[in-house]
Design a protein around this ligand. Structure first.
Ligand SMILES: O=C(O)CCC(=O)C(=O)O
Ligand SMILES: [Fe+2]
Ligand SMILES: [Zn+2]
Length: 584
């Protein structure tokens, strides 16, 4: 940590007089804008609006507790995940609220680690109303409140918490009934090792069947016991091991379960599971979304933003062992191999099929959004183009929205792309465009002086085809002609995108290439053949694009394997390799 002089001076400072009055005015203006249902009170109340106290201002809930709880032990907090710069505090009484305000109003509390904005505190008449859920919820997730009576809850808790077979894991304790769950494979072992399913749970299964939540008897049951602070890492209940649906019954405590879109880990849907409720995780919510519980002592109710402390929670997960291959429609997220369909392609046919589904089709779907987001070019590419003599002819293979074709820089440029949508976009910008496959260009041999192909080669799915693409680029340029090719590097550590993440200690270990295409999670690449999400907008519609990311030395080897050319230079720019190749 570095020493921040301004902050050191500011800490503990109290704002007063006109400066404070101005800040109060601003704070109330903000409240009116974002939460018009909350009314400011001129008289003391037990509800406080506290500006500069939210996650948006880098103030954590732990800090709020550290600051407020010594003044009012029973204070409750309403915090916003990211949208507001204020929080609300509900004090135990009007008197307590008056004390809190007197102590903290206008002060920069010394407990704050990052923020050094003063707390600006006003009395309000009420708290914001529970907002109609503006968030998304994974499709096919069903919640049924009060599914378990208090009596049944008692019986189940007694049975599960004192069970002789209870096993302690790192952040929870578990007991298994029916088939034993194997944490090495995340699937179930054979029946013979089973702990019999107790009668109360059998009776619960009967009810689930008669209520039509399930059609077949559950035969693998896991009871989880979580103390406050415990949780379960984000996971799929293995597709190939268990049928659909998965049932989770919550007992004793409410908890927030986080569902994460498997195609986009930034899409998180927090869902409040009430004590004694049933949660049916089915279809998309089971196959595409991961679920997990963060290790925390409290939750933020996603409907009210109210902080709810956790109590000991017991849950029952009811599953049915799968006897046949998983045929779910979420094949990208499925661990069942469907005749190699989701494998790194081993043949020309499979490669073309993959490129068609996960490159061509995706670009057709995202063409206009792609155009909106692609304007600036790579420095090294601009330099390459600048060095081509005026009047020369240059091809741009995989020209996309025509980014490198538009500047009228005295070159004669022709672009081509496989994607019709992008061809049309580039045509509207008055570019010369042909629609074609990069491995079969509609240009004569030795017809151009130079060619570029930016961010295309990494979408080609086999070594043989990548080699053919380089050969095809060489075919159309003159002897002595230059080609500039860029690809994604496996090492993204110097990219802007990677710099935003601070996870420096997660070192990229040895490359573990599996033969399965994996969805890239935005962290370091773990393998070279991956599906990378493209997310459209707030709705979060996500497409997966196939990439073969290049490891160090691989681009050199590829060029080396092609006759009639030499590698002039290879540079790295923001997670890309930029190659300049000369035709001999
Ligand atoms: O505690 C829960 O509700 C869920 C547990 C879970 O996801 C599991 O056992 O697979
Ligand atoms: Fe699960
Ligand atoms: Zn599946």
């Amino acid at each position: 940590m570095y020493f921040n002089e301004d902050k050191a001076k500011a800490i503990g400072t109290r704002f007063e007089g006109g400066k404070l009055a101005k800040k109060v005015h601003k704070s109330i203006e903000q409240l009116k804008r974002h939460d018009p249902d909350v009314e400011v009170s001129s008289e003391p109340t037990k509800f406080l609006l506290v500006s500069n106290s939210s996650i948006l201002c880098s103030v954590t809930l732990e800090e709020l507790e550290e600051i407020f709880i010594p003044l009012d032990e029973k204070a409750e907090f309403i915090v916003y995940p990211n949208k507001r710069s204020y929080s609300f505090v509900q004090c135990s009484s009007i008197e307590a609220a008056q004390i809190v305000r007197k102590e903290l109003h206008g002060l920069i509390p010394p407990q704050l680690k990052v923020s050094h904005q003063p707390f600006i505190i006003s009395f309000v008449c009420n708290l914001p109303e529970a907002k109609k859920c503006e968030m998304f919820r994974p499709a096919n997730l069903k919640l049924v409140e009060d599914y378990v009576s208090e009596n049944l809850e008692n019986d189940l808790v007694k049975l599960l918490t004192n069970h002789p077979k209870v096993q302690s894991l790192k952040h929870r304790a578990v007991v298994h009934f029916g088939h034993v769950f194997d944490y090495n494979t995340n699937s179930a072992s054979e029946w013979k090792e089973a702990e019999p399913i107790p009668p109360v749970i059998e009776a619960l299964i009967d009810r689930l069947i008669s209520d039509k939540y399930i059609t077949e008897r559950s035969d693998q049951i896991t009871a989880n016991v979580y103390e406050p602070g415990h949780g379960i890492p984000s996971h799929y209940d293995t597709h190939s091991a268990f049928d659909d649906p998965i049932i989770s019954i919550s007992l004793l405590s409410d908890v927030v379960m986080e569902f994460k879109d498997g195609a986009n880990s930034a899409r998180i849907a927090p869902v409040l599971l009430k004590a004694r409720s049933l949660c049916l995780i089915e279809g998309e919510s089971r196959y595409r979304w991961k679920h997990g519980i963060v290790n925390r002592k409290y939750d933020v109710d996603p409907r009210t933003n109210r902080v709810v402390p956790r109590k000991t929670r017991v849950s029952l997960t009811l599953r049915k062992i799968r006897r046949k291959p998983c045929e779910c429609q979420w094949k990208e997220f499925c661990d069942w191999d469907r005749k190699g369909e989701m494998s790194v392609p081993s043949s020309e046919d499979l490669a073309m099929k993959l490129e068609n589904s996960y490159v061509s089709n995706v670009y057709e779907n995202i063409a206009s959004h792609f155009d909106e987001t692609r304007h600036s070019g790579w420095k090294a590419v601009k330099k390459f183009i600048d060095e081509i003599p005026r009047g020369n002819l240059m091809y741009d293979v995989g020209c996309g929205n025509g980014k490198y074709l538009i500047p009228k820089d005295g070159l004669f440029k022709i672009g081509c792309d496989m994607c019709l949508g992008l061809c049309e976009i580039a045509l509207k910008k008055d570019c010369y465009i042909a629609r074609c496959d990069a491995l079969s260009l509609p240009f004569r041999d030795t017809s151009a002086d130079a060619a570029i192909s930016i961010a295309v080669l990494h979408h080609i799915a086999t070594f043989e085809r990548r080699k053919r693409m380089i050969e095809e680029l060489l075919r159309v340029v003159k002897p002595g002609g230059m080609i500039c090719v860029t690809v994604w590097s496996m090492d993204q550590s110097q990219s802007e995108y990677a710099k935003m993440r601070s996870n420096k200690d997660e070192v990229n270990e040895e490359i573990k290439n599996t033969d399965r295409l994996k969805i890239h999670d935005g962290k370091d690449f773990q393998q070279q053949d991956v599906l990378v999400p493209w997310t459209m907008d707030q709705k979060g519609e996500t497409f997966l694009r196939y990439y073969h990311v290049f490891r160090e030395g691989e681009a050199e080897q590829l060029v080396d394997s092609v006759d009639g050319c030499e590698l002039v230079s290879i540079e790295k720019e923001q997670g890309n390799y930029i190659l300049v190749i000369r035709k001999i």
